[in-house]
Design a protein around this ligand. Structure first.
Ligand SMILES: *[C@@H]1O[C@H](CO)[C@@H](O)[C@H](O)[C@H]1NC(C)=O
Ligand SMILES: [Zn+2]
Length: 250
């Protein structure tokens, strides 16, 4: 298990008036948008890793064995059965539409995800050697879309708004972003796998993510008033990307 999280990015997906409160409390029950309170944070690994991250071309994909890509998981015993079942449903959702199979960790599996309720919802980007945490805090992260989002990071996928082609689809309003959070909006040289920018992706931030003043931080060029970032389930494009990156049909 990698001990050092060099930094952890928090993103409150709260509505604007609640942002500063929810960042620390994560109590989604009080929230107007119950679906996603905090969203996806990428824990940077020791080695440099950068929709599919460049690391997927140099070894951070999970290996395929036969038709399937097995990703071993271990779920912390701290979760109640109810909480564990939410996580399990999220993990199992990958097998409905992709060749990814989240399988229980067994002795001898070197690489795996260890799901634990830590500080917020976050994941490493791509497969790490020797096991990696996925944090799903009990209060704020136990939603199908959040489980999917964090597993998608572990599979090697970035946030939608950092895609290499994002400037065609969105404007980032850096003047509205909380100081110190700008890095979460920096464009990356992603491999978009021939799929379009998708506002309905579970990897899309909310339009007011990390706002310091209640104004939008991400604006859709096709419709400046569009609200987005509340997907409850993987979109067709999320599924297509997995199937392409992991060559599910081959
Ligand atoms: C999520 O999407 C998948 C694939 O499109 C679908 O099979 C499944 O029923 C959806 N689940 C929920 C809870 O909406
Ligand atoms: Zn994320």
């Amino acid at each position: 298990m990698t001990p050092a999280l060099l930094f952890i990015l928090f993103l409150s997906m709260a509505d604007v008036s609640m942002v500063s409160f929810l960042k620390w409390s994560f109590d989604i029950k009080l929230h107007f948008f119950p679906l996603i309170v905090l969203y996806g944070d990428i824990a940077e690994p020791k080695t440099s890793s950068r929709n599919a991250d460049p690391c997927t071309a140099i070894g951070c994909k999970w290996p395929k064995s036969g038709r399937y890509v097995n990703v071993p998981y271990y779920i912390s015993s701290d979760y109640s059965e109810y909480e564990r079942n939410i996580i399990l449903r999220g993990l199992q959702s990958f097998s409905l539409s992709t060749c990814i199979r989240l399988v229980p960790w067994k002795s001898g599996d070197r690489d795996y995800i260890y799901i634990e309720s830590k500080d917020g919802c976050w994941s490493y980007l791509g497969r790490q050697n020797g096991g990696q945490y996925v944090s799903l805090a009990k209060n704020g992260c136990l939603y199908q879309s959040t489980v999917q989002h964090e597993v998608l990071h572990a599979l090697g996928f970035n946030h939608e708004q950092v895609r290499s082609d994002r400037d065609t689809y969105v404007r980032i309003l850096f003047e509205n972003i909380e100081p110190g959070r700008e890095f979460a909006f920096e464009k990356k040289q992603t491999n978009n796998l021939g799929t379009p920018y998708d506002f309905n992706s579970v990897m899309e931030y909310r339009n007011d993510a990390f706002s310091k003043n209640g104004k939008p931080t991400i604006v859709a060029k096709c419709n400046p008033y569009m609200k987005f970032g509340n997907a409850e389930n993987m979109s067709a494009n999320d599924i297509l990307r997995i199937n392409k990156l992991y060559e599910c049909s081959e």
